[in-house]
Structure formats: structure tokens, C-alpha cells
Design a protein around this ligand. Structure first.
Ligand code: ADP
Ligand code: ZN
Length: 759
């Protein structure tokens, strides 16, 4: 029928007799596409492809009105569900092997339902590009010096000499890339040395990621203290029961959670199984990686800088069961382990576990579902659990285990709240007030190291015009930040940049002022106030070069740096015993965000930053500068009182029926024309409101309203939020209606289930 209507009858050859044959004999593939479509489509598998197709492979099929050749994912095979109905045929099977196992396919289907994405979009999002391309491992040329070189007899240009000296000092052959990184040269000195037959080339087919990692000496496990042992016992018990359980390990910073993970993994590995450890991307520091590499012979590290070929190489090794421990950021939850035994999520409270593009899954929830399906434990570790995870232990769904003390009974550092409202230095626009300045001086004099935390990068976050207030990016609702090193005003949301204007770009008024301080200005202030100290700044601007992160931390560890200052990047995971002072420059920046989690984030951050000190015998202290010293969150954080904080915050969330006492879905509309966006969001919100009323659904719809960042990259953004005590109620409403929305072509809609970013 449809074919006649489309007038395509002549263009397609008559289907072979077997294609229309009804019944068991004809094999049909279920296919989904990387489009926002809920439907699973059916295609005939031609005889010739029968032996080559399996669920989890990609196929090419004619799709849509024009029968455009389109890539889709085969998610299942069956007999024709509607015998007699004529189906289009698959034209090509694109992968030799399935990209995902059946159980991972099922998990992606679960994600698509849970997060209201199409199944095809989830598949497209979770299978790494390198795996789809089956990107080959690269063949790399390594160089080593020929035997018997006497440097003193050689006369070489400077760069060639430097390369040769490097290779002689280095015991192993080195790749061109790593030689160039160390010597800062082009390829020609290396080439010349080769032509002079001073160095030899050898080819190796290899993974390129960590070739320069030093040899690691395998270390023994530590002897656990009583609390750690009790935690381990509980985990081992669940492991042996072969039943799923989510265990929340709440342990103050420095209580030795990582050691518990390691020994739990030891158990898992002894059963011949694998473990996945998820960490925030920011904690994928060489320090963390070394800790795991020093205990297990076979560790794969999946971070976001892997090349396609390296990722595929890891993927294959993991699938073959050659890897014991996978350490990685969010997406490592999809690692194709053949026999998973345990999933660990470190710093479970981190918002980076939520993906900010389609499919907008939360790795913690995916991990929970995967662990449930594979009958294994999920271990969540943190000093400051999310209220979502805490509530689950209170309702009895999950188990709570606590480590109350730091290892070796080291005390948590005392935290002083410093009221900077009347501080004359702060009034003169300094970032470091009197009290903090004095403490830094004392700490340095006593040979301690200092960490200063400020969550704004750049030099100055606001360029102030007396009339227009902060000067904004022309494409976004965000004030431009002055980066003094580049002499540019930058937008931190898009790529926009401009040189500093003499007059306000909007109203032409002169007399613009730079207000506020970012890490660059703080660095300048620290250097002028403590000229004798060596200061290093760590933020995403100063740490662009691969390896610079590790370099800075190594220098700090070795005591070559006295003051380390920076953004979030320095708040997590660092374990340096000689840090005796931590200064929080401005505790208020996070607190006054229009976000239901602003108090929670402030508490977490202060706890994290404070956790960087008092880790050695010298002890340590923390100073928190604030303009709101009476804020309960700040006071509770200063007392390290997580329980008190959680109690208070739970009450207020409960009163507001906010998460974790409800589920939320945020619907964002965006488009270049503000009027069209407004009209469309109102129309859709009204349809939803009417349905909620008609069907008497327990859903609250808030909005529509302009999103807090109303303009982003030229697009206008409006949103509304739906909350309900059960996420399933939201699913019901949305699934019923979404396919009926015929949106204006100039408007895009995104739905974010359990959003963590409400901007
Ligand atoms: P957390 O992850 O809870 O912040 P870590 O695992 O980083 O804590 O542990 C803090 C420090 O204590 C690390 O240097 C670690 O090696 C050490 N440590 C952990 N457990 C023990 C133990 N049982 N005995 C001695 N040292 C330990
Ligand atoms: Zn912008």
C-alpha cells in the first residue's frame, strides 16, 4: 500500500518470492536509528545475509520516504511479526562482529526508557567511535641509539645532541612523539641522526597511550584497620552471595576508601572476574592510576584523551577478558567485560557522572542497573554522599557503611570561617584577606605547603559598565572573563573572544572596570605578596598541555612548589602529607547559584578541599573566606558535620517535594527565534498540563520560563520542569504524548531526566 502511494513501485524490483513468504521461514531484523524516534523498525534479512547478521551489529537499510540508505542498529532477530506484510530488505551488514553483547544491548534499551532517549541514540552514544571504526592500532616507529656511542667524540648540532643524550639516558626505545615532547624539536634532528646511523628505528604495533609510564613496582596490600576491614567484610559477603546490593561507603577524606576498593577488587580478581572503577575525569590523575597499577598487573585506563585506535585496542582486550581492572570516567561503565564481578564509583557525588548530551544518562544509575542484572555489588564511595544515595540507605534499599576516622587516627583539620565583610584588604579588592595572608606566611615559614582554592578561572570574571552592568558575550547570557595572559575577553560557554574594548560594546560608555578575581589575578596577588615562594596555578587554561597536570603535581609532591592554587582541579583526590594550610578564597560563589543543589555542592566542595590537608604528621588547617559566615551550610561544613547537613537539607527538600523526594524531568526548548521558541513551549506545556489534569496524574509542571542562561551560543532557551514522586509517572506522560508533538522546524527540544545542571 505505502509503496503505491509513494509512487516508488517501478524503482524497486519485485521482491523475491521468499521475501513475501509468510511464517517462520523469513527472518526479520529489528532495527533502530540514531534519531529521536521511539519505534523499532522491521526489515527482511535477505538469504545471502542470514549468516552474517546478529543483534548488536550495524546495518544499512532503505529508510523514510525517499528510501534513503541509512545506518541503523540491529537490536534483534525474529520471524515476521506481521506475516504477509511486505517489508523492505536490509542492504548491507556493516560490522563483522556485534559491537555489543546481548546483555549490553538490553542495558542500552533500559537506558533509552529510563532517560527518554531513543534506543538508537543511546547506542550511537555509548559505542565508542573507535570501536565502530574498528580503528587499527597504529604501527609506531621507536628509536634507540646504536651501541658504543661516545658522546665526547661527536660533533653534532645542538638539537641532535639533545635527542641523542635523551635516548642514551632513556633505557627503552622512544617514539618520535615522546622524543619531540621532551626535546622540543621537529622531526629533522631525529631524521639526521638516523641518516648518520647513530640511532636505529624499530617498528612496533602497539598501544600508544601510556608508553612513557614508568615501570611500576607491584606493591603489597596494606593491613586494613578495623573499620576498613568491616567494610571489606560486608562487600565480600555480598560478592559471595552472588546477589546484587548497592553499598554506600561513606568515609571522611583520608579514611582509606581506596584501599578498601583495592582489596575488594583483589577478591573479585581471585574469582577470575573483572572490576570497573569509575572516577570523575578530573581524578584520572597519574596518582590514582599509579595506585591501581601498583596493585594489579592488568589495568586499563579509559580517559577522554584516548585516540580512537587506543580505545578500540582497550575495548578488545577487555572483551577478551585480558584486563582485570578498568579505571575510567563515566563511559567506562559500558566496558565490555565478559565476567564482571564488581563496580566501584569513587566520589559518587560528582556531577560529572551525569552525561550532558544525549543520551543524558547518569553513570551511577546505569551502574546500579548493570550490577542488578549481573547480580554483583555496586560500591559507592564518598565523604559527602548525594542526598539521592543517602536516602536509599535510609529506606533500606541500599546498605550504608561508614569509615569515621582517618587512617592512623589523624584528626580532620580544624576549619575556621573567616568573615571578610569588614576586612580592609578585601575592600581594597584583594582576594586574600588579612587572616588568610597571615596564615599563609606562618605556614610557609614553618616549611609547610599551601593550597588555595578559587572556582573562577581567568583574570577577572566581570567587565563592568556603569550603565549596562557586566559586559556579556554577544551570543550567550554570560559575562565575559578577562584573560590577561592572552589579552582577550573570553566567553566560558562558547568560543567567542574579543580584545578588551575602550568603551562598552553595547552602549558606548567609557570607563569600563574589571571586577572580581579569577585564578590568574589570584596568582598575580600571591606572587607579589609571597615573592620568595614558588607558586603554581592549576586550571584548565594553565594545564592545556598533556602531561602538565602530572608535572605540576610531581613538583608539588617533591616540595619544589610551595603554593598550589587553582580551581576544582585541585580540590579532589590529592594526597600530600606536607600541605598544612588550605585556603578557600570565596565560599560564596557556589552558594548563591539558582540551583536546588547549591547548598549541597557548597558543602561537598568545602569538605573536599579541606580534605587536602592534615594528611601528614604535621597536621593542617583550613581557612574559609566568606561574606555569609552565618550560612548554616558553611558552619556545618566547618564542623565536618555531614550528618547534620544532610538532615537539614533533607528536611527542606522534603518540604519542597524536590529530589530526592521526587523525580524530575527538565524540558528545554531552543531556537534562534525567541518568539517561536516561546510560542512552541507554551503550546506544548499546555498540552501536557491538560493531559495531567484529564488523566489526574500526580505530576507538577513548573514553568515554562526562560532558562537561567536564556541565550547560549546564539540560541534562545526556555524550559519547564515536571516533578513526580515516581519517575515512571513522568515516563508515562511523556511517552503517551511526545510522538504527537509536531514542533516548528526551527525549534529543538531536549528532555533531561534527573537533571543535575539546571542552567
Ligand atoms: P580516601 O580515599 O578515603 O580519601 P585514601 O585511600 O587516599 O583515602 O587513603 C589516605 C592515605 O592513607 C593513603 O596514603 C593511603 O595509602 C593510606 N592508607 C589507607 N589505608 C591504610 C592502612 N590501612 N594503613 C596505613 N595507611 C593506609
Ligand atoms: Zn558565548
Amino acid at each position: 500500500m505505502s509503496k503505491l502511494q509513494k509512487g516508488l513501485f517501478e524503482l524497486e524490483p519485485d521482491p523475491a518470492a521468499w521475501e513475501v513468504a509468510a511464517g517462520e521461514d523469513c527472518l526479520v531484523a529489528q532495527v533502530v536509528f540514531n534519531r529521536p524516534l521511539d519505534t523499532v523498525y522491521h526489515y527482511l534479512v535477505p538469504e545471502g545475509l542470514r549468516n552474517f547478521i546478529a543483534p548488536g551489529q550495524r546495518v544499512r537499510v532503505p529508510f523514510g520516504r525517499g528510501d534513503t540508505s541509512t545506518l541503523g542498529y540491529c537490536v534483534g532477530l525474529q520471524a515476521n511479526p506481521t506475516p504477509g506484510k511486505r517489508l523492505k530488505s536490509i542492504s548491507e551488514v556493516c560490522d563483522r562482529e556485534p559491537l555489543l553483547s546481548q546483555s549490553m544491548l538490553d542495558l542500552t534499551q533500559w537506558i533509552s526508557e529510563r532517560y527518554l532517549s531513543s534506543w538508537g541514540q543511546v547506542l550511537e552514544g555509548v559505542v565508542p567511535a573507535g570501536v565502530k571504526k574498528q580503528a587499527g592500532t597504529r604501527e609506531i616507529v621507536f628509536y634507540k641509539p646504536v651501541a658504543d656511542i661516545d658522546l665526547s667524540k661527536l660533533k653534532l648540532p645542538l638539537k641532535q645532541m639533545a635527542v641523542l643524550e635523551l635516548l642514551l639516558a632513556h633505557n627503552k626505545p622512544m617514539s618520535v612523539e615522546s622524543i619531540r615532547a621532551k626535546v622540543d624539536c621537529g622531526v629533522s634532528p631525529i631524521d639526521s641522526l638516523r641518516k648518520k646511523k647513530l640511532i636505529l628505528a624499530e617498528r612496533q604495533r602497539t598501544y600508544t597511550g601510556d608508553q612513557e609510564l614508568e615501570e611500576i613496582v607491584i606493591q603489597n596490600d596494606l593491613k586494613l584497620n578495623a573499620e576498613q576491614q568491616a567494610a571489606l567484610d560486608e562487600i565480600v559477603k555480598t560478592l559471595q552471595n552472588q546477589q546484587h546490593e548497592t553499598i554506600l561507603l561513606r568515609g571522611v577524606t583520608g579514611s582509606g576508601k581506596t584501599e578498601v576498593y583495592i582489596q575488594a577488587i583483589r577478591e573479585v580478581v581471585s574469582y577470575g572476574r573483572q572490576a570497573i572503577v569509575l572516577v570523575p575525569e578530573i581524578s584520572l590523575t597519574p596518582q590514582t592510576i599509579r595506585r591501581f597499577r601498583a596493585r594489579f598487573p592488568s589495568v586499563a585506563v579509559l580517559h577522554s584523551h584516548l585516540s580512537d585506535s587506543d580505545r578500540y585496542w582497550h575495548w578488545q582486550r577487555i572483551a577478551k577478558g585480558e584486563v582485570q581492572v578498568i579505571v575510567g570516567a563515566r563511559s567506562a561503565i559500558f566496558a565490555p567485560t565478559p565476567h564482571l564481578g564488581l563496580i566501584v564509583i569513587d566520589e559518587e557525588h560528582e556531577s560529572t557522572f551525569k552525561q550532558h548530551s544525549t543520551p543524558r544518562y547518569h553513570a551511577r544509575e546505569v551502574a546500579r542497573e548493570r550490577a542488578r542484572r549481573e547480580h554483583i555489588p555496586l560500591l559507592l564511595g564518598t565523604a559527602t554522599p548525594t542526598l539521592e544515595s543517602l536516602l536509599r540507605t535510609q529506606t533500606g534499599d541500599d546498605v550504608l557503611i561508614e569509615l569515621h576516622e582517618r587512617v592512623e587516627q589523624r584528626p580532620l583539620p580544624p576549619v575556621s570561617i573567616v568573615d571578610i565583610r569588614d576586612d580592609p584588604l578585601i575592600q581594597q579588592k584583594h582576594s586574600i584577606g588579612r587572616a588568610l595572608g597571615n596564615s599563609i606566611k606562618t605556614a610557609l615559614a614553618e616549611g609547610g605547603q599551601v593550597i588555595l582554592f578559587l572556582n573562577l578561572r581567568g583574570f577577572s570574571p566581570v567587565l563592568w559598565c556603569g550603565k549596562c552592568r557586566g559586559v556579556k558575550c554577544p551570543d550567550c547570557d554570560i559575562t565575559l572573563t578577562w584573560h590577561r595572559d592572552k589579552e582577550l575577553l573570553l566567553c566560558h560557554s562558547c568560543e567567542y573572544s574579543m580584545p578588551s574594548p575602550k568603551v562598552c560594546p553595547s552602549c558606548g560608555q567609557p570607563g569600563l572596570k574589571f571586577l572580581g578575581a579569577g585564578t590568574q589575578r589570584l596568582e598575580a596577588e600571591v606572587k607579589s605578596k609571597f615573592p620568595e615562594a614558588v607558586t603554581v596555578r592549576m586550571d584548565s587554561d594553565s594545564m592545556r598541555k598533556p602531561g602538565s597536570h602530572d608535572e605540576a603535581l610531581t613538583a608539588f609532591r617533591e616540595g619544589k612548589v610551595n603554593i598550589l592554587l587553582g580551581t576544582q582541579m585541585i580540590a579532589k583526590g590529592l594526597d600530600f602529607p606536607n600541605v598544612t594550610l588550605v585556603g578557600v578564597i570565596d565560599a560564596d560563589t557556589l552558594l548563591h547559584q539558582p540551583d536546588l543543589r547549591s547548598a549541597e555542592r557548597t558543602f561537598q566542595l568545602i569538605a573536599q578541599v579541606a580534605g587536602r590537608t592534615g594528611r601528614g604528621t604535621k597536621g593542617g588547617r583550613v581557612l574559609v573566606q566568606t561574606m555569609s559566615p552565618d550560612e548554616p551550610v558553611i558552619q556545618l561544613a566547618a564542623k565536618h558535620d555531614y550528618v547534620g547537613f544532610a538532615k537539614r537539607e533533607m528536611l527542606s527538600r522534603k518540604a519542597a517535594l524536590a529530589p530526592p523526594y521526587s523525580s524530575m524531568a527538565r524540558v528545554i526548548f531552543r531556537g534562534l527565534n525567541e518568539e517561536i521558541v516561546k510560542t512552541e513551549i507554551r503550546r506544548i506545556a499546555n498540552i501536557l498540563k491538560q493531559t495531567i489534569k484529564d488523566k489526574d496524574l500526580q505530576i507538577r509542571l513548573l514553568g515554562p520560563a526562560p532558562a537561567p542562561i536564556t541565550r547560549l551560543r546564539k540560541f534562545y532557551r526556555y524550559h519547564f520542569q515536571m516533578t513526580s514522586s515516581k519517575v515512571e509517572t513522568l515516563h508515562l506522560l511523556w511517552k503517551d504524548l511526545a510522538h504527537e508533538f509536531k514542533l516548528d522546524k526551527d525549534v529543538e527540544l531536549t528532555i533531561d531526566v534527573d537533571p543535575v545542571d539546571l542552567r
